[in-house]
Write a new protein. Structure first.
Length: 165
C-alpha cells in the first residue's frame, strides 16, 4: 500500500470519527434524543481514534503500532455494537451497563426522587433511526469496515516499506 493511499485512509478514518461524534452530539443536544449508556460508550472508540491519529502525526515512527491500536479499538467497537444490537433486538438481556439506576437501594429518598426525574433511556429502546436502521447498526458497519481496512493497511505495512528500500 503506497504512503499516499495510507495517508488518505488515515485522514478518512479521522474524518469519519469526527463526523460520527459530531452527529451523535447533534442528535443528542439539538434533536433532543437521549442516548442510552451503551450509546455513550460507543462514542469512545471514535474519540480514541482521533487522539491516536493526532499522535501518529507527531510520532510517525510509531505509525505501525498506531494502526494496530486502531484495529483493536474498532474490533472492540464492533463487538460492543453487536452486543448493543442484540439487546435492541431482544436476543440479549440488558446488563448492568444499561441500568442507569443500578444501586438505587443504597440511595437516600432525595437521590431516588432525583433519579426518577431524570430521563433514563433503556439500551433496548431505539430512539433514533436513519433509513430504518438504528445508529447502532451504522456503528457496526463503520467499525467493521474501519477494522478491515486498518488490518489490510497493517499487513501491507512491511511490503510497502520493503519496496522503498
Amino acid at each position: 500500500m503506497s504512503d499516499l493511499r495510507k495517508a488518505i485512509i488515515i485522514k478518512l478514518i479521522f474524518l469519519i470519527s469526527i463526523v460520527a461524534l459530531t452527529s451523535a452530539f447533534f442528535i443528542e443536544h439539538v434533536l433532543g434524543h437521549q442516548p442510552c449508556n451503551l450509546c455513550i460508550l460507543e462514542r469512545i472508540p471514535y474519540l480514541l481514534a482521533i487522539i491516536i491519529i493526532v499522535l501518529n502525526y507527531k510520532f510517525i515512527h510509531l505509525e505501525r503500532y498506531f494502526i494496530l491500536l486502531l484495529i483493536l479499538i474498532f474490533l472492540a467497537a464492533t463487538i460492543l455494537s453487536l452486543y448493543h444490537l442484540g439487546i435492541e433486538q431482544g436476543f440479549i438481556e440488558e446488563s448492568l451497563v444499561c441500568d442507569s439506576t443500578n444501586g438505587s437501594n443504597l440511595l437516600s429518598k432525595e437521590e431516588i426522587l432525583k433519579q426518577l426525574q431524570q430521563k433514563n433511556v433503556s439500551c433496548q429502546d431505539v430512539t433514533f433511526k436513519i433509513f430504518g436502521l438504528s445508529l447502532t447498526s451504522y456503528n457496526i458497519i463503520l467499525s467493521l469496515v474501519i477494522s478491515i481496512i486498518a488490518t489490510k493497511m497493517y499487513f501491507s505495512y512491511d511490503k510497502s516499506r520493503q519496496k522503498k528500500g
